[in-house]
Design a protein around this ligand. Structure first.
Ligand code: CTP
Length: 407
């Protein structure tokens, strides 16, 4: 995904510097060409040799050219970098970058930069909250810099609070999408994902099989395409992509309420219902665990089932609805799968339905999808769920381009 991209990784002096080694490795794995720049203090925590071994390129520590007349490292790197990643970013480098101070290779390069820059801060939580740091971060944001984290948690010094560096995997994942075409720039996207769980009693319930992976992949792809993304997630064991707002729900009614509240609260251009919503719930949730049998009669046999709201239909039938996309996970293929999807598309007032054969997609990394509209059909895959997500969003962007923007 990062094939041909030149990333300059500036490592500054914080204990989190050891994690930057992993970030360098992950970015290399994604195809990027990584050049490490270490400040004097960073080299106290990790050695240039570590980065040289990981990146296969010299790690730079000084702004002085090696040979008279040779390239000046800060200008050379500023010219050739597609992206500068500062990880970990200490309060010191953030302050220097905000004020244009240039007194070593890292800060001189930042002062001379021509490419986008991402800061991944790591510092004591009191330092992060200090008014000076907040002012410097704000100034850099206004200049177009991107900040990832810090995240709350236990810090190396023993304090707890926002100051921990974001994990390398999350940073690498964000950068993998950084150069994606921004086909959804300025768009607001709402996605449901995962299953819902309908309680029968405090220990039992019914649910659908869904890992949430396709919905989370869509959230990530929509973010990469430049959208502001909200993800309403049923019970799944996945972490949300960086910069995606997540709302956790359990039941279908909670999911429906969260979606309606979001749509009532502001404009939304695109809704994607990926969730495997339970169609039915017990009429009443027993306060205590039901016994298997009561006087020889199976207790669960008497349950009364009530239909859940159809989240997708309720979005598709709103006045001035967003572009509305549904999913149909069926145990069918070919023309039968298409017919099921088209019927759902009409019944649920969707713009199109993404249909697949659940037997192949469940718990798999890959998917094969059909995009079925009232009178259209496109087939895509087999491909990874992320590739499928990008294709679905391209189809959605085509529809969005024909509509006025929601305000
Ligand atoms: N869906 C929803 N709310 C429901 C049920 C389904 O929003 N209560 C959405 C799903 O998120 C999906 C689409 O509707 O986008 C199709 O889901 P599916 O379960 O296949 O539809 P059903 O109407 O339940 O059809 P079936 O009879 O095949 O179960």
């Amino acid at each position: 995904m990062l094939q041909g991209k030149r990333i300059t990784l500036i490592v500054t002096g914080g204990i989190a510097a050891f994690k930057s080694c992993e970030a360098a490795r992950l970015l290399m794995k994604s195809g990027a060409e990584v050049t490490a720049v270490l400040t004097e203090h960073a080299a106290e925590f990790v050695t240039p040799l570590t980065f040289e071994a990981l990146t296969g390129r010299p790690a730079l520590t000084t702004e002085w050219a090696k040979h008279p007349g040779g390239p000046m490292p800060h200008i050379d790197l500023a010219r050739t970098s597609d992206l500068i990643l500062v990880m970990p970013a200490t309060a010191n480098i953030i302050a220097k970058a905000a004020h244009g101070i240039a007194d070593d290779l890292a800060s001189t390069l930042l002062a001379a930069r021509r490419s986008p820059v991402i800061f991944v801060p790591a510092m004591n939580e009191a330092m992060w909250k200090a008014p000076a740091a907040a002012r410097n971060v704000e100034a850099l944001r206004l200049d177009g810099a991107v900040f990832l984290g810090p995240v709350p948690g236990l810090q190396a010094c023993g304090d707890k609070g926002p100051g921990r560096m974001m994990e390398p995997r999350e940073v690498a994942e964000f950068i993998e999408g950084f150069f994606a075409p921004k086909v959804l720039a300025g768009r607001r996207v709402l996605i449901t994902a995962g299953p819902t769980y309908e309680a029968i009693d405090p220990v039992r319930g019914i649910t659908n099989r869904s890992s949430g992976r396709q919905g989370f992949a869509l959230a990530r792809a929509a973010r990469d395409a430049g959208a502001e993304v909200t993800l309403v997630a049923g019970p799944v064991s996945l972490s949300a992509p960086v910069n995606v707002r997540r709302i956790d729900v359990v039941s279908a009614r909670e999911m429906d309420a969260a979606v309606q509240e979001e749509l009532d609260g502001g404009p939304c251009d695109l809704f994607i219902g990926v969730a495997a919503v339970a169609d039915w719930r017990p009429g009443a949730v027993a306060e205590r665990k039901l016994k298997k049998t009561v006087m020889g009669v199976p207790a669960l046999a008497d349950l009364i089932w009530v239909e859940n709201p159809d989240v997708l239909t309720r979005v598709g039938t709103r006045p001035n609805p967003p572009v509305t996309i549904g999913f149909a996970a069926e145990t069918a293929e070919g023309a039968v799968l298409t017919a099921f999807a088209r019927e759902k598309c009409m019944r649920k007032h969707a713009s199109f339905i993404v249909a697949n054969d659940a037997r192949r997609a469940l718990n798999a990394d890959t998917n094969e999808i059909r995009i079925v509209g009232p009178d259209s059909e496109r087939v895509f895959g087999p491909a990874t769920k992320l590739e499928c997500a990008h294709f679905i969003l391209e189809c959605a962007a085509e529809l969005l381009a024909k509509r006025p923007r929601q305000v």
